[in-house]
Design a protein around this ligand. Structure first.
Ligand code: HEC
Ligand code: HEC
Length: 379
């Protein structure tokens, strides 16, 4: 069904010009199993490539396909064993021409950093810190949804419009609305494709012996559940259950107390400047995680009060920055208390940014709270 030439998994990346604006001519997607030298039987690797191409096409002919629920499920044991019997349809809303346009925008604007496959390994990627996001595990950091969920389209629009401050992720203000929407579709294709690949590699490693083939229904389930997780995110917007109160020195002070009494200081340090020595572990992309220096004001996920609220409420996917629902983080007993406290933390963080450091009053509040927690006298 897919000629061997299409399975050639090499990526031809040609970077033209030394100005940082590189064009990537991609002929095929790289396969994780090959790039990471996973020791899978060739027949499994080939089957994975077939399934990825079935559901997500090629760079110049991308698809967002789903298993067709109305199709008669074909016999798994067809005479021609090289056929992969899953009927599929284009996911509603993901039109092939738009995806082609998305690919063109991506190839000219994004692949130089994020790589043709979305692995974050474009020609420019190696020199960047933090590195461009590898989308292939389907994890996005700056979402307006609860921890563990996908981003909403609006989150992807925001990062394209404003970039991620303090990182090399640029703001693409000049992109037309059509190009923006098309490239968002295409990023979703790369992400869904990457996640399916991980699922199939895991399936092959854990469930299949040499000579076994994938069960088409299992593959269909993987595809469907990845698609469902994207759809679900659209209705999962985190809405604060209390309104943002007016910011006063008192709410900033309360935020400072919360910063000390909760878990924030452990990672961000008593002066909120982050701590290079706090060993907080790695992110899921395998890099040492550094708690943000809040005094620098480079909030990657946006600086509007709602953005900061959601960051504290949900944490940051793929990193040790926890969600306020983490069982270890007793942030408040009722949802209202929790929400109020998060707003105070937002006021504190905003004050730290504006002041390029913790304001004196707030610093006293933090120091007092830490002294009390350590068993010292209350102020
Ligand atoms: C100059 C390099 C560069 C270019 C060009 C670039 N990015 Fe990024 N991008 C980054 C970096 C670096 C990050 C990671 C930021 C971080 O970890 O905080 C990132 C992160 C992202 C994220 C992840 C946001 C999240 O919540 O996790 C998305 C989505 C994204 N980029 C999309 C794009 C798209 C689409 C394009 C092209 C229109 C593009 N980027 C072009 C460097 C780049
Ligand atoms: C276990 C360690 C840990 C704890 C506890 C923690 N953080 Fe973080 N925080 C991090 C790390 C790591 C990052 C950087 C993540 C990244 O961008 O890769 C971060 C980033 C942030 C950011 C920057 C968000 C952005 O948009 O770039 C804010 C704001 C923040 N933390 C606030 C808090 C607050 C408030 C608390 C307490 C309620 C807290 N953190 C608790 C580790 C932690």
């Amino acid at each position: 069904m897919f000629p061997a030439s299409l399975r050639r998994l090499s990526l031809v990346a040609v970077a033209i010009g030394a100005t940082g604006c590189s064009r990537v001519a991609d002929v095929a997607y790289t396969l994780r199993a090959d790039a990471e030298k996973l020791d899978l039987p060739a027949e499994h690797t080939e089957r994975i490539a077939d399934y990825l191409a079935m559901f997500h096409g090629t760079p110049t002919n991308p698809r967002m396909a789903l298993p067709d629920p109305n199709a008669e499920s074909p016999e798994a044991s067809t005479a021609d064993a090289t056929l992969v019997p899953i009927a599929r349809i284009d996911k509603p809303g993901y039109d092939r021409l738009t995806l082609q346009r998305g690919h063109e925008v991506y190839a000219s604007q994004c692949a130089g950093c994020h790589g043709a496959t979305g692995d974050g390994k474009g020609p420019a990627g190696a020199y960047l810190n933090p590195p461009p996001r590898d989308y292939r595990n389907g994890v996005f950091k700056f979402t307006s949804t609860p921890r563990g969920s996908k981003p909403r389209r609006d989150d992807l629009r925001r990062i394209l419009k404003y970039g991620a401050k303090g990182t090399s992720m640029p703001a693409f203000r000049f992109l037309s609305e059509e190009d923006t929407e098309a490239v968002i579709d295409y990023v979703q294709v790369l992400s869904a494709r990457g996640q399916l690949e991980i699922d199939l590699i895991r399936e092959a490693t854990d469930e299949l012996d040499e000579g076994d083939d994938f069960d088409p229904e299992t593959v269909a389930d993987y595809v469907q559940s990845i698609s469902d997780s994207w759809d679900r995110a659209e209705s999962e917007l985190v809405r604060p259950v209390t309104v943002n109160p007016p910011r006063t020195p008192e709410t900033v002070r309360q935020g400072a107390v919360a910063f000390a009494e909760l878990y924030c200081v452990k990672c961000h340090g008593p002066n909120a400047r982050g701590s290079k020595s706090a060993d907080v572990g790695q992110d899921i992309w395998g890099r040492t995680a550094y708690p943000a220096n809040l005094a620098m004001g480079m909030l990657h996920g946006g600086r509007r009060p709602d953005d900061i609220y959601r960051r504290i409420y949900s944490g940051i996917n793929g990193t040790p920055m926890p969600s306020s629902k983490d069982p270890n983080t007793a942030i408040g007993e009722t949802p209202e208390q929790r929400s109020e406290r998060i707003w105070h933390l937002v006021h504190f963080v905003t004050a730290v940014i504006e002041n390029n450091g913790v304001p004196d009053d707030a610093q006293h509040a933090i120091d007092d709270a830490l002294r009390v927690a350590a068993g010292g006298p209350s102020p």
